[in-house]
Design a protein around this ligand. Structure first.
Ligand SMILES: Nc1nc2c(ncn2[C@@H]2O[C@H](COP(=O)(O)OP(=O)(O)OP(=O)(O)O)[C@@H](O)[C@H]2O)c(=O)[nH]1
Ligand SMILES: [Mg+2]
Length: 335
């Protein structure tokens, strides 16, 4: 990739705004690049399109591996584009360093959608740090919005931290679940309910349809015990089948209803505003952390200090302070 030619920021910006997918893809590649020169260019492109972003509904979809996320998105996506929307799907999997396989898998599973010119599918590569991954996904999302996509789906595998990162960048967060996984009620942990705007029991087809309906009632009863959230929305429980597309129109209606409600009560804007501020703080932490750990002198000292801490000879806290002070000393001229 290193030798590939780069354009001026304006070429990317104009191309994206005109809906040029090749330039959009190349701009996302820039955003994902770790080359310093690309980072500068990427930030100029993102800043350039910023006034044209935000006009979409941002949906996060999570669930354990195999719950049917990709199949769901394929069918749900078809429904959404048939209604005239332009859909972008960003799939992230920060839990795995070698996502090549799963990216290919997802591409095949979303084959129909991938061929549809009203949809755009882009796997987000796994990075070594979550902070880096979420920054890249957020910027990719903004670029997609500038290119005219008005429904954005961000898919992630349900593993703690990445869910929280995705929750922080979407308007609506949907958890796909399976019935009969033996976790009907214990699955309703406070944290999950607080995070999700909808619990959707998937694969409610064939023999599983009845079990799914029963699970829905149990979940719905359990959810009754939770108060409404600050946005005045009660998390909904739905059943569907990504395979047959049963129940998908209701889910899309629910998301649109949610949009209307939170736009009316002001939560939509206040949530996006606080998300923007949080992104900044998150990125400050990410930048500080990476520049600290990538500093050659710090890396050198770290080896001996870690040994001492491991053996119990040094105090963890005192050494942390010493290393950070050393880092500040090394960067005195830069700050
Ligand atoms: N019966 C039934 N099977 C489904 C449904 N959705 C997906 N499957 C099957 O479940 C398996 C996993 O589906 P995926 O869509 O790849 O699941 P995923 O959550 O994207 O999986 P990962 O990307 O690996 O996390 C596949 O064999 C699908 O055919 C459904 O609605 N009903
Ligand atoms: Mg998948």
């Amino acid at each position: 990739m290193g030798k590939r030619s780069r354009f001026t920021p304006d070429v990317y910006i104009q191309g994206i705004l005109a809906g040029d997918r090749i330039l959009l893809s190349r701009a996302i590649t820039l955003v994902e690049s770790s080359l310093e020169s690309d980072k500068l260019l990427a930030s100029q492109v993102v800043e350039g399109v910023l006034p044209h972003t935000g006009n979409s509904v941002r949906i996060g979809i999570t669930g354990v591996p195999g719950v049917g996320k990709s199949t769901f998105i394929e069918s749900f996506g078809a429904l959404v584009v048939d209604q005239g929307y332009h859909l972008a799907v960003l799939a992230i999997d920060p839990s795995s360093q070698q996502t090549k396989g799963s990216i290919l898998g997802d591409k095949t599973r979303m084959e129909t959608l991938a061929r549809d010119n009203r949809a755009y599918i882009r796997p987000s590569p796994a990075g070594s740090t979550l902070g880096g991954v979420s920054a890249k996904t957020r910027e990719a999302m903004l670029l997609c919005e500038a290119a005219g996509f008005d429904v954005i789906i961000i898919e992630t595998v349900g593993v703690g931290q990445s869910e929280i990162a995705v929750k922080g960048m979407v308007d609506f967060f949907l958890l796909l679940m399976l019935a009969g996984a033996g976790d009907e009620l214990q699955g309703i942990k406070k944290g999950i309910v607080e995070m999700c705007d909808a619990l959707v029991i998937n694969k409610a087809d064939g023999e599983r349809a009845e079990v799914a309906k029963r699970a829905k009632r149990e979940y719905a009863n359990a959810l009754h015990l939770f108060p409404a959230k600050e946005n005045n929305w009660f998390p909904q429980v739905k059943v569907c089948s990504g395979l047959t597309a049963d129940g998908l129109p209701e889910i899309w209606e629910m998301i649109q209803e949610y949009q209307t409600q939170v736009k009316e009560n002001g939560y939509f804007n206040s949530n996006r505003s606080s998300q923007r501020v949080n992104w900044m703080h998150e990125h400050i932490r990410f930048l500080l952390e990476t520049s600290f750990y990538n500093n050659p002198s710090i890396q050198e000292s770290m080896k001996t200090i870690e040994e001492g801490v491991r053996g119990g000879a040094f105090s963890s806290i005192a050494k942390a302070k010493q290393l950070v002070e050393m880092f500040y000393g090394l960067n005195k001229d830069k700050f």
